[in-house]
Every structure is written in C-alpha cells, then in structure tokens.
Design a protein around this ligand. Sequence first.
Ligand SMILES: Cc1cc2nc3c(=O)[nH]c(=O)nc-3n(C[C@H](O)[C@H](O)[C@H](O)COP(=O)(O)OP(=O)(O)OC[C@H]3O[C@@H](n4cnc5c(N)ncnc54)[C@H](O)[C@@H]3O)c2cc1C
Length: 164
Amino acid sequence: MVVAGGGIGGLAVALALARRNFRVVVLEQAAEFGEIGAGIQLAPNAWHAIDALGVGELVKKEAVFIERLLMMDGVSGETVIDIPLDERLEHEYSPLRHTDRIRCPVTVAWAEKESAEFARQSREFAEKLRAPTHIGNGMNHFEIIETLADARSPLARTALEMIA
Ligand SMILES: Cc1cc2nc3c(=O)[nH]c(=O)nc-3n(C[C@H](O)[C@H](O)[C@H](O)COP(=O)(O)OP(=O)(O)OC[C@H]3O[C@@H](n4cnc5c(N)ncnc54)[C@H](O)[C@@H]3O)c2cc1C
C-alpha cells in the first residue's frame, strides 16, 4: 500500500496498516521533516489512539507534560483561562478517589465497543463501589446512552428499578 504524505495522519495510517501486516510505503514530498510551530498538544483521547498504535511509551519519552493550561488575550495580554493540571486537580476530579461521597444506588454501564481504557476505568469504578455493571453488547459509547430513551431497554429498566 502507498500512503501519500508523512504527516501525523499519514504516519498513523501507515503504522496501523503495518501492524496488521500490510506492506506500506510512505511517500513524502518534502526533502526532510522539520518542526513547524512549537509542538502539538494531545488531549487524553488522542493518547488512547497513540496507545492503540503501540507507540504510547515512545511518544511519552519525548513529550512534555504541562502543569497548567493558560490562555491569554493576544491583544491585551489578559488571562482568559487558567487551569492548573496538577495532582490536586487530578485528585479533585477523579470519581474513583471520591467514592465515599456517593450515597445513591449505582449501576456502572459501558458499551462493548468502548476503548479498552474506558472499559478498564469503568470496571475499576464498579469494583471500588461494589456496584453492579451493565455492558451494552455490540454497542458504542453513544448507542448505549440512547437506549435510556426506550423504557423497555435493559439499561432503562435497570435505571427505573434503582429509582423505584
Ligand atoms: C503552527 C501550528 C501549530 C499547531 N499546533 C497544534 C496543536 O497544538 N495541537 C494539534 O492537535 N494540532 C496542531 N496543529 C495542527 C496539526 O499540526 C495538524 O492538524 C496535523 O499535523 C495535520 O496532520 P496531517 O498528517 O493531516 O497533515 P500534514 O502534517 O500537513 O501532513 C501532510 C504531509 O503530506 C505531504 N504531502 C502533501 N502532498 C503530498 C504529495 N502529493 N505527495 C507526497 N507528500 C505530500 C506534506 O508535505 C506533509 O508532510 C498545528 C499546526 C500548525 C501549523
């Protein structure tokens, strides 16, 4: 297979194909790769994709993990958003670390087609809460949520039983 362009998209496709034993040739028009801009910010879901390609650890070795997200007005220099991304914030927003605050009945539901990481976090959350689980067979993240609109669906029945 021939992939035209050795940007992040082309290289990701080439790697995914190669991992499935396809012979891949990447054709890049530029004479050499160089840095453009300051870097690429990767959100948590992008890390799932990089992990799935099997290069997560390699990329992490070169990555800089930021401690703060600061957005400023380019004209006035005024701070628009300032979000610390430190241990304290991670602790504060981690549901797994605050299960003692949960007093209502809980069923932890996820879909069969979630990413392995999402499924792992869901399982760990359920184990910590000792809550029953519900897995939407053959569904993705959005399809399982949509089943709540049908009162006869297994997940909606579970939710209604918890309310009753
Ligand atoms: C300054 C700057 C900062 C950015 N910062 C961020 C950021 O912080 N976070 C983020 O997520 N995104 C950021 N982006 C966007 C991100 O870099 C791009 O979305 C991403 O790199 C696009 O990847 P791509 O593989 O689709 O395309 P490209 O990186 O453009 O790759 C396409 C490649 O194909 C080659 N090519 C084109 N035509 C041919 C041809 N006919 N034959 C052979 N080769 C060909 C090109 O030379 C190029 O190498 C930034 C972009 C810029 C410019």
